[in-house]
Design a protein around this ligand. Structure first.
Ligand code: GH3
Ligand code: MG
Ligand code: MG
Length: 325
């Protein structure tokens, strides 16, 4: 326990040191002025700090910088922000104590100093400080745990294959699994169809009904679309913003067109009102269908581009429709 005692009266310093040492406190440092105390604490450039400090006992009434001002300046330094300060005061200093407490003094004792009073005050201050240190340590541990949880969540999000808004598979899943399906089709000399879907005039929907309503609309559209993806091996993913993609392995163009048309009708018939749409009173989708036999069309990107082109065709032809590449 390192205690710094600041008092301009020599006798008082000697007495305080003796009381503290008799009570078993070992590392007592004394300063007979605020300046000397700043030096001991290493707050002045030319001084080396003596040691770490756990508590300060300061006389309120000193010539030059008084105890209150000294405590204020010491506590301005981050290393001593939390250090407990006990003020020693004569009865005529009592009115200054309010300021001292406002500046963070934790307790005071009156002169002439009573040995038992001083020791019991110090003990309770130490107890308080230990409690506070413990609580800070716990807070620190909790913060560390919640930081670790955030890290884990971030990793989980990254490796997760689910889209947070719609609950469909996400783009990451599509990229990985479309490639797998494509390779399977190559191996099995099979074919594959792809449907690219885009919600019509969705920016206008957001603008008119708000982004949250936009989110709800996407969720609803997603769940209706998912309900129509039935065969094992088929899957639907959120491709981006208001775009979805459906992968239909071992499916001919005619079959894919049929599924696409069902999807178009199903979304329109949910009846989500969309006054900003020029094509229907309700929310609608446009769909582009592409078909490939992976043996001949040899890169998976080609069918994605073809479905994109078909979707573009459906948009330019007026929206709320299905087009094939
Ligand atoms: P088009 O008929 O040609 O498809 O027009 P559009 O307005 O649907 O297309 P555009 O690409 O201009 O706008 C898409 C909008 O989708 C813009 C974007 O703010 C919105 N959007 C994308 N992702 C989300 C989302 O997760 N939630 C919401 N509410 N809006 C989204
Ligand atoms: Mg779009
Ligand atoms: Mg759109």
């Amino acid at each position: 326990m390192h205690i710094l005692v600041i008092d301009d009266e020599k006798d008082s310093l000697l007495l305080l040191r003796k009381i503290l040492e008799d009570a078993g406190y070992k590392n007592i440092l004394t300063a007979s002025s605020a300046e000397e105390a700043f030096c001991i604490l290493g707050l002045k450039d030319e001084c080396e700090p003596d040691s770490k400090m756990d508590m300060i006992i300061a006389d309120v009434n000193m010539p030059g910088i008084d105890g209150i001002e000294a405590a204020r300046r010491i506590k301005m330094h981050s290393a001593f922000e939390e250090i407990p300060v006990i003020m020693i005061t004569a009865s005529h200093d009592m009115d200054k104590l309010q300021t001292a407490f406002a500046l963070g003094a934790v307790d005071y004792i009156m002169k002439p100093i009573n040995k038992f009073e001083l020791i019991s005050r110090i003990r309770s201050v130490i107890r308080l400080k230990l409690e506070m240190d413990k609580r800070k340590e716990r807070e620190h541990e909790l913060m560390e745990v919640s930081r670790q949880l955030e890290d884990v969540n971030r990793i989980l999000m990254r490796i997760s294959s689910e889209d947070g808004l719609t609950g469909l598979q996400n783009r990451r899943f599509f990229d990985e699994h479309f490639d797998i399906e494509w390779k399977r089709a190559v191996r099995e000399s099979s074919n594959i169809s792809l449907i690219m879907i885009d919600v019509d005039y969705f920016k206008a929907y957001n603008d008119r009904y708000g982004h949250l309503a936009g989110d709800d609309c996407l969720k609803l559209v997603a769940s209706v679309l998912k309900g129509l993806v039935k065969r094992p091996g088929d899957f639907i993913a959120r491709y981006g913003g208001e775009e979805f993609v459906v992968v239909l392995p071992s499916t001919e163009a005619a079959g894919a067109l049929k599924v696409a048309e069902e999807m178009r009708q199903a979304v329109e018939s949910i009846g989500i009102v969309h006054e900003g749409s020029s094509v229907s009173p309700n929310v609608t989708i446009s769909l582009g269908v592409a078909y490939a036999e992976p043996l001949t069309d040899n890169i998976p990107e080609s069918i994605i581009a073809a479905a994109d082109r078909a979707l573009y065709k459906a948009k330019s032809a007026g929206r709320n429709r299905v087009e094939a590449s």
